[in-house]
Write a protein that binds this ligand. Structure first.
Ligand code: GLC
Length: 561
């Protein structure tokens, strides 16, 4: 089937729990999302991805599903979902649902059955192993929360595997019944008119069946070399495509950590008939520690340039989602920009980066108004999500000082991205009339949608302009990528070219003024001329010439003639 123009689209990610609460219970919901679609459309996004809204015990806020074919009451009803779908379609927009294939909740009926006895018909839906020779877990893998990836089940005296939390048992994808169940779930939503799936943890479904010990001593995710892009993973996606996807005008975007462009080619080159794109996650992890993800490391621009160059030049037939931020990372403006004095400039500079590369951009809610990490996180009680809570528990049990652990959690926690969307001034920030399920960022009176709409120089106004430019400029979507000034420690510069169109992008990733040595940079010497298409400092007129210096966090896009 010939699906819609997904390469030219802009995806907006909604984390429904924190987007808009319509009934005052402090939890965002589907009617809330519907009531704010004007905002998303005004921005210029075409596709709305909603993270899981299925019934869930919320150990991992929806990524632990107990029923794949219903809507959790806290988010609304199936009628609300249908209304969301129809409202989007009336606007010419698309709906992307989150699909969690790797694991279910331990409260899913399959797992409730599976854990009852070794010969239960659902036993083989999950991955069970006898204890290792020392009576402990079958191997030394660690989960993404830290600690063993295996949980002891005293009733039936075996361990089950959980790559994420212990309430998220991994499904056994080698079992054809599991695959058929998942295909049926996809068909259920496709028949209801969903336009796209974002596939969660898409490349870890196929595990090495001998479950060898790992030599890695990473605190989280040790052993992943035995299940990332595993032996049968491509068979699973090709089968899914053949049996289900090929019959619908649907687009798939797989979340895949630790992949190379070569791997991405295997998942997404059209002739392979697997997925349409994978989400290029690497840039959003540039500051993540190697052995402990909570040890944020100092990153420099060379790291980011290297990641972008690799993905922009080595991928040939495949396609990626451009993913600089989402609900699993601290706020973009705080992580890669400057959330203080240069917030407006750095947030809009990052918009130019995210919207000037080859791929389908994914914008996370709140980034379009330059939301920042929140100052309210101070005590462990302020945190809601399991990775942070589990880390705190394990580290303090091992004798680490509370303040030390908190100092790591505060800048790195994914809860930073989950504070409520800031709509307007006042208590509840327009998100809720009740008590929000997670603390509001204290800067909501200063940074919010209402203020952004009233200010022609807001981050939001700039995002809109940049999205418009991207839509009018095929070279930004499809063009080639040529890096410039590669050794420059502060300026990120590149050319995007398509046929006769050549665009120059220059980004100052620093608070300091930075010189642009242009002729050397472009090879155009005396003959070249540059016309400004967009800049994030309001004083530059359209058509302005290229300056000799970039101001702090300045971002400019020129047409080169
Ligand atoms: C993905 C989701 C994340 C979730 C995890 C386990 O990485 O984005 O929020 O915790 O998968 O499902």
């Amino acid at each position: 089937m010939n699906p819609w123009n997904w390469k030219e689209s802009i995806v907006y990610e909604v984390y429904p729990r924190s987007f808009m609460d319509s009934d005052g219970d402090g939890i965002g919901d589907l009617p809330g999302v519907i009531s704010r679609l004007d905002h998303i459309q005004e921005l210029g996004a075409d596709v709305v991805w909603i993270t899981p809204v299925y019934p869930s015990p919320n150990a991992d806020y929806g990524y632990d599903i107990s029923d794949y074919c219903d809507i959790a009451p806290e988010y609304g009803t199936m009628e609300d979902w249908e209304e969301l779908r129809d409202s989007l379609h009336r606007r010419g927009m698309k709906l992307m649902m989150d699909l969690v294939l790797n694991h279910t909740s331990d409260e899913h009926p399959w797992f409730r059955e599976a854990r009852k006895s070794r010969d239960n018909p659902y036993r083989d839906y999950y991955i069970w192993r006898d204890p290792g020779t020392d009576g402990g877990p079958p191997n030394n893998w660690t989960s993404y929360l830290g600690g063993s990836a295996w949980e002891w089940e005293p009733e039936t005296k075996q361990y089950y595997l959980h790559i994420y939390g212990r309430k998220q048992p991994d499904l056994n994808w080698d079992n054809p019944k599991v695959r058929a169940e998942m295909h049926a779930i996809m068909e259920f939503w496709l028949e209801k008119g969903v336009d796209a799936f974002r596939i969660d943890a898409a490349n870890i479904l196929s595990k090495n069946p001998s479950f060898p010990d790992t030599g890695s001593d990473k605190k989280q995710g040790a052993g992943e070399e035995y299940y990332r892009n595993g032996e049968h993973i491509h068979d699973y996606y090709q089968e899914m495509h053949r049996k289900v996807l090929s019959r619908y005008p649907v687009i798939t975007a797989g979340e895949t950590a630790k992949v190379s462009p070569e791997d991405a080619e295997r998942y997404t080159a059209p002739g392979r008939r697997e997925m349409n794109m994978i989400l290029m996650i690497e840039a959003s992890k540039v500051a993540e520690g190697d052995d402990d993800l909570w040890d944020l490391k100092r990153w420099d621009l060379a790291d980011l340039k290297g990641i972008i160059k690799k993905w922009q030049t080595e991928l040939k037939e495949g396609w990626i989602g451009l993913y600089f931020s989402n609900h699993d990372h601290p706020r973009l403006a705080s992580y890669l920009g400057d959330a203080g004095q240069w917030r407006r400039e750095s947030a809009s500079m990052l918009a130019v980066l995210a919207l000037s590369l080859r791929g389908t951009p994914f914008i996370y809610q709140g980034d379009e108004i330059g939301m920042t990490n929140s100052g309210h996180f101070a005590r462990i009680e302020d945190f809601k999500e399991q990775q942070a809570l589990e880390y705190y528990r394990l580290e303090t049990e091992n004798g680490a000082a509370e303040e030390e652990v908190l100092a790591k959690l505060i800048p790195a926690s994914r809860d930073q991205a989950r504070t409520p969307m800031q709509w307007e001034d006042g208590e509840g920030a327009g998100f809720t009339t009740g008590i929000p399920w997670i603390g509001l960022n204290p800067n909501a009176d200063e940074i919010n949608v209402r203020r952004a709409l009233a200010d022609p120089n807001s981050v939001f106004a700039f995002y809109k302009k940049m999205i418009r430019l991207r839509k009018e400029t095929p070279a930004l979507v499809h063009g080639s990528y040529e890096p410039l000034l590669e050794p420059h420690p502060r300026v990120f510069a590149y050319i995007r070219a398509l046929e006769s169109e050549r665009l120059l992008v220059v980004l100052n990733f620093s608070k300091e003024e930075s010189e642009l040595d242009l002729p050397a940079m472009t090879g155009t010497e005396e003959t070249g001329s540059f016309t400004l298409l967009i800049g994030n400092y309001p004083d530059l007129a359209d058509g302005a010439e290229l300056p000799r210096y970039l101001r702090p966090y300045e971002a400019l896009v020129f047409r080169m003639i």
